[in-house]
Design a binder for this molecule. Structure first.
Ligand SMILES: *[C@@H]1O[C@H](CO)[C@@H](O)[C@H](O)[C@H]1NC(C)=O
Ligand SMILES: *[C@@H]1O[C@H](CO)[C@@H](O)[C@H](O)[C@H]1NC(C)=O
Ligand SMILES: *[C@@H]1O[C@H](CO)[C@@H](O)[C@H](O)[C@H]1NC(C)=O
Length: 456
């Protein structure tokens, strides 16, 4: 059936290229498929050009998504050994991190929109660079591990006592969503902290990961009996009601964070929540032939720019979980295989005949395209390298990780509130972040409605 469709579309497209037919059990096939997908993804990137800003994607892609894209490129390099995008990746992450001493990834250009969750994706890019011995950053930048530690230090200093703890979604009080405590901020902090715990073997990170877990698992964000992860909750309502929107990456943060923590501590208490969350993730998002579906938006076709990206992270985080917790590998790998294969089947659109769409459960292109679709397919297919190739698990300082951290990174410049005047620019009506829309959405939630949550 599939080859017939392919034949038909090839015939229709005449001289155009055929879609991506990937065999995810074959390393060469994965390498050639992901190289096509990465190339198409990087066609969107202009930040390296003279007059542009390294690390920025053009509209409508938010700053955080660029961080996620470079995180994916670090993974891509590790999975395939292809160095084509290394120079751009190193330049982008180093530039956005900013100089040594200050908190990394808090560029003044982004202060009108930046949330803790936005910062964390850039920190993940740096952390993975450390974990994979990715070539060093540019000369004036902090080391990869120091960047990640400085984000940890910054976020730990923003830990907030309202509702018994946790991080707010937003970093700055003038941004909308400051009263929202959500998973992208808290799950992100949990995962980064667990990665640092394992990379550095410094016990402080284990204590912080535990603190975050205790807050999260005792809050309305987590429904213990069903392992349901809810998107966020409003401080204005004493965090008594949850917005129960279901996003796959919200599960992914905690699944991977628990996997790192368990791998590092070997403490059996982390296994029941890890197993429960993995089961729930599969039940919630992989119900169709073990192929991941972003259920909150994909079936009805209204994913926004952010929503196109989420399931890619989930794929990666499940795959790394299979590696770090071998007893879960047999359960996880079939889903990685099925979803990776299916993602390739969606990459048959556009003028090049290999543009990726979102609906991996169907083998004809769904007509959508963008950085998020490319990035998710890249991750889904690439993650299979962890399954079939003999790739090392993330390094630690003890097993060969070369990036030397700095426990005090980011603590020189104080909290963002003490920063120079540029950080206190009022938000003006014309800002592109769509902050007004976010407020309306958060209000809708507060009033008991349901809405589409986006990462700002
Ligand atoms: C901030 O914006 C200016 C002006 O566009 C640019 O030159 C600079 O590189 C940007 N900095 C960062 C970290 O994005
Ligand atoms: C941690 O991960 C490594 C690498 O996959 C694995 O060999 C080891 O068994 C894991 N440790 C635990 C406690 O699962
Ligand atoms: C462990 O990490 C914490 C938090 O970054 C830091 O304050 C402390 O100095 C570190 N300890 C060592 C021994 O590096």
């Amino acid at each position: 059936m599939r080859s017939l469709l392919k034949w038909a579309s090839t015939a229709l497209l005449a001289s155009q290229a055929v879609g991506i037919d990937v065999n995810v059990d074959d390393q060469d096939s994965i390498k050639s498929a992901t190289s096509i997908i990465a190339k198409n993804m990087m066609n969107y990137y202009t930040g390296y050009q003279p007059g542009d800003t390294p690390g920025n994607l053009p509209d409508p892609y938010y700053w955080w998504e660029a961080g996620a894209m470079f995180m994916n490129l670090v993974e891509y390099w590790f999975y395939t050994g292809d160095t084509t995008y290394n120079e751009k990746t190193t330049q982008a992450i180093s530039h956005q991190a900013g100089p040594k001493g200050g908190e990394s990834f808090v560029p003044s250009n982004q202060s009108k929109t930046e949330g803790n969750d936005d910062q964390i994706f850039w920190a993940f890019a740096a952390m993975q660079a450390a974990e994979y011995n990715y070539p060093a950053p540019t000369e004036n930048a902090p080391s990869w591990a120091a960047m990640a530690q400085s984000v940890f230090n910054g976020q730990a200093s923003r830990w907030d006592d309202n509702c018994g703890g946790g991080l707010r979604w937003q970093m700055f009080g003038w941004n909308n969503g400051y009263n929202y405590k959500n998973i992208a901020a808290n799950g992100g902090f949990f995962l980064l902290t667990s990665q640092l715990a394992r990379y550095t073997r410094n016990h402080t990170f284990i204590e912080w990961a535990e603190k975050e877990w205790n807050w999260f698992s005792g809050s309305v964000l987590f429904e213990k009996d069903s392992f349901q992860v809810n998107d966020g909750t409003d401080i204005g309502k004493d965090c008594s009601v949850a917005n129960d929107q279901q996003w796959s990456y919200n599960y992914g943060f905690y699944v991977a964070g628990l996997a790192y923590l368990y791998n590092q501590t070997e403490d059996a208490k982390w296994m029941p929540p890890l197993k429960g969350l993995v089961d729930r993730t599969f039940k919630e998002f992989f119900a169709t032939r073990q192929i991941i579906v972003e259920t909150a938006c994909e079936p009805i076709g209204n994913c926004d720019t952010n929503g196109f990206t989420f399931k890619g992270y989930t794929m990666r985080w499940l795959a790394v979980t299979a590696q770090l917790v071998p007893e879960l590998a047999d359960q996880i790998w079939p889903y990685i295989k099925a979803s990776g294969t299916a993602a390739g089947g969606q990459c048959s659109g556009g003028d090049d005949g290999s543009t990726c769409g979102m609906k991996w459960t169907q083998t004809t292109w769904d007509g959508s395209k963008g950085v998020g679709q490319q990035m998710s397919a890249l991750s889904a297919i690439g993650s299979n390298m962890l399954r079939i190739a003999d790739l090392k698990p993330p390094y630690t300082r003890d097993t060969g990780g070369k990036s030397e951290g700095d426990p005090n990174a980011g603590t020189d410049a104080g909290t963002p509130d003490d920063r120079p005047a540029v950080y206190t620019d009022p938000v003006t009506g014309g800002d592109k972040a769509g902050a007004g829309i976010l407020t309306a959405l958060v209000l809708a939630f507060t009033l008991g409605g349901s809405y589409w949550m986006v990462v700002g």
